[in-house]
Every structure is written in C-alpha cells, then in structure tokens.
Design a protein around this ligand. Structure first.
Ligand SMILES: *Cc1c(COP(=O)(O)O)cnc(C)c1O
Length: 424
C-alpha cells in the first residue's frame, strides 16, 4: 500500500514514512492510496481482537517494512477488552475506556508506539513532542513509557486540566517528561508547531509527533467499528448506526472509513459539544473553522478539527457525505441533564463526552444504535459525581497510576525554554 498527501497525490510515501513524519511536508495529511474492501464472512474465524485487527490492517501494511511486525504490534496494542454492552433492544454502548489511561485514545496511541518501536530498532533516538488539553498526553505517555530509544515530552497548560488528568500526565518516570506551560492549550500547541518548524532542532532531536493526525493512530481505530458492527449484525441481522462524540474528528472518521470498507454500518452520527463545527458545516454547507469554546466535554473543545482535511478528501461533495453522515451540537446544560437522566434510567455513570452521544440519541428515531463511550466517568468525577450524587468507582489501572508520585517542570510560553530543555 502506498500513501500520499491530501494536497498532492503524485508523490507517494511508505507507511513507515507516513507514520514517522506524521504530517506531510506540504502540510497535508497522509491517506492510503486506496481502501481495501471486506465482507462480514471473511472475519468468521477471527474471535481474538488482535487477530481481527491483523486481518483488517494487513492490506495497509503490505510492502512496508512493518508488515512482518504487524502481528506483534496488534498483540501488544489490543490487549484490553472493547466491550459492546446491550442497554436495550435498540441501544448498545461501545466502551472504549478500558485501557490504562481510561480513554479511547489509549488504542491509537499504543498502536502508534508499538509500530514506532519496531521502526526504530536500528535507528537513532526519537523524540515525541506532544501538546495536550487532557487525554492525549496521558495516553501517549503511557503508550511510550519504557520504549527503548524513544523520549517523550508532553506539554500541558498549567491549571487548565482536571486534577486527575494532571496526575495521569505527570506520573511517568524514565523516558517521559512532562512540562506545565504557563499558558493556554492553544499556546502549547503553537510551541510544538514552532519547534517542529525549526528544521535544525527538528532534525537534531529527530522529532516526531503523536497527535491524532498521525495515520498510525487513525487506522487501528477503524478496528472497533468493524468488530462491533459485525457482532451487532450477527446478533440482530440489522446494521447499526454509530453516534460518536467528536472533537478533532479522528474517531468519527475511523467509523466512516470502516463503513467505506464494507462493514455493516448504516450511518455515522457526529455528536459535537458547543463547538458545533460539523453541525454548522451540514447546516450551511460551508466549512468554517472557529476559535474553540471551553465546555464540560473538554477533550472535544476543538474549533478547527485537525482531521477535517481527510474528511473533505474522502467526501469532496457534501451531498455524498450527507447520505451516510449527520451531526448535532450539544450544550453544557444538555450534557449535565443527560448525565443525570442516563444514571436514573440505566444506573450508568457516563463521562461528559459520552453524554453528548446519549443526548443526540434521545433526539433521533429509535432504531439500532451503538453509542461510543470515549472515556471512563472517573476521569471526570468532579463533574459527574455532584450530578449523580454517587461516587464513581475508580478503575484499577487508574487507581495504580494515581498512587504513583507525579512530577513536572513549569516553563513559560517562551520557545527558548522548551528548546533549551530539549537540549539537555
Ligand atoms: C479526544 C476525545 C474525544 C474526541 O475524539 P476526536 O477523535 O478528537 O474526535 C472525545 N472524547 C474523549 C474522552 C476524548 O479524549
């Protein structure tokens, strides 16, 4: 399989090149030259998640040096359950938060980390530089922790993430280092971008990114849509629709790609918070990035989704997109009311991101839906517990991480401080 940029299809790259570079040199995003097509029957004998993932992902790895390592990468990455829980006859919940840092980002981050560690065996040291508004940083830190020859530097905005998020970002030792920036998330992101743009520094430190535009995070995310749609279809004989809490559009795009690859997915519904980028796009037929607004579902506070360029690549005409995709926006008041309602109806605590999907579900006609649950409610206990008036149980992995000491260094938004730090 060859890869090219969304902006220039006549230069091709290998998968390894696309994964190492993250972003194409022309500023576009890498996409595979074509999508494989599958039938449900082909997966009849793939019970284990890692075997299923191998079968789905193998076409994307053909002719790449990573092909021979794919089985091992899948085994190491898909090592925790992704349960599909039936809530009622027409409603199931896909729980993607059973990984070590309790958000779906563990899946893509671990796959990318395992893939990169095979690429690097004979290469120099690599430095992963990542800015986070909360969940990405901990997933990336956990995924790369103790990987040989890889150093991780995580930047987060001091005082602007929840206390638990902060701890989960800064409880790793060894090859992971956490920097608290006296600034906003946008400023952290700007510092990362400026450091990548500095060619001397980028090549000296062999910088690489692990943010959600990396194709090595996107591809493995299609796996759980493929798997759960087949499971649902085999149980009920019906094709489910997915409702996906969305920010940078990585997770929802993975669902759309699974649909394009032939899996039994009726439709994909995007749940935005107050950052109504996608629902505005459908309403006005014009894509307009905006400044992000802070909401209770903070991992979705994105005004300019980084995967939009891939979406427009796969669906250049909005009329085609509208045939299988729609979008809705949910405000903070609705998020709070939904958390309360879902708890009283199902005795189920949900995080504010997952609440956007439940809220959209309530507005849609009742027919086979799978709601995507993107994070464990314990990560957002300060929002969830006062609403449901009950404590939320900590998952074991999170309990262990919270018991570790945490440590970070505080820096200003002055780029030289970050660059001096890399020099050490
Ligand atoms: C990152 C994140 C999202 C948004 O996912 P995208 O792929 O950026 O659209 C939703 N919920 C949670 C809990 C997240 O951490």
């Amino acid at each position: 399989m060859k890869y090219y940029s969304t902006r220039k299809t006549d230069t091709t790259y290998t998968l390894t090149e696309a994964v190492l570079q993250g972003l194409s040199p022309d500023g576009g995003l890498f996409v595979p030259a074509k999508l494989p097509h599958f039938s449900v029957e082909e997966f009849a004998n793939c019970q284990a998640l890692d075997e299923f993932a191998f079968k789905l992902l193998e076409p994307f790895f053909i002719h790449d040096v990573l092909h021979s390592s794919l089985a091992k990468i899948c085994k190491r990455s898909f090592s925790f359950p992704l349960p599909l829980v039936e809530l009622s006859s027409d409603l199931s919940l896909l729980e993607l938060y059973h990984g070590p840092t309790a958000s779906f980002k563990d899946i893509g981050a671990r796959f990318l980390a395992n893939a990169l560690s095979f690429v690097l065996q004979d290469h120099d040291k690599l430095t992963i530089l990542v800015a986070t508004s909360g969940d990405t940083g901990s997933a990336v830190a956990s995924a790369f922790h103790q990987k040989d020859n890889i150093q991780v530097v995580v930047l987060f905005p001091l005082g602007k993430v929840s206390t638990r998020q902060e701890h989960l970002l800064s409880c790793y030792d060894g090859n992971v280092c956490t920097l608290a920036v006296e600034g906003t998330f946008d400023e952290c992101q700007k510092m990362v971008k400026a450091t990548f743009a500095n060619e001397k520094i980028a090549s000296n430190f062999n910088l690489s990114s692990a943010n959600s535009i990396n194709i090595g995070r996107l591809l493995p995310q299609s796996m759980y849509y493929a798997r759960s749609s087949i499971d649902y279809f085999q149980r009920t004989g019906k094709e489910p629709g997915f409702i996906v809490p969305t920010g940078n559009l990585g997770n929802a795009l993975a669902a759309m790609l699974a649909q394009k690859m032939g899996f039994p997915i009726r439709e994909v519904v995007i749940a935005n918070n107050k950052n109504a980028v996608l629902s505005d796009y459908f309403a006005t037929k014009l894509y307009q990035p905006k400044k992000s607004i802070a909401t209770l579902a903070n991992a979705m506070d994105v005004g300019s989704p980084s995967n939009m360029e891939r979406l427009l690549h796969y669906y250049p005409k909005i009329d085609d997109l509208e045939k299988s995709v729609s979008a809705y926006s949910v405000d903070d008041e609705e998020i709070k009311n939904t958390i309360i309602k879902v708890y009283s109806e199902f005795k189920l605590a949900i995080c504010p991101h997952t609440a956007t999907a439940f809220n959209v579900y309530q507005r849609l006609s009742s027919r086979d839906w799978i709601l995507v649950s993107t994070a464990h409610p314990a990560k957002f206990f300060d929002i969830v517990e006062p609403l449901i008036e009950k404590p939320v149980q900590l998952p074991n992995d999170m309990r262990q991480l919270l018991a570790q000491p945490s440590c970070y260094k505080t820096i200003s938004t002055d780029l030289r401080e970050l660059q001096n730090f890399l020099g050490k």
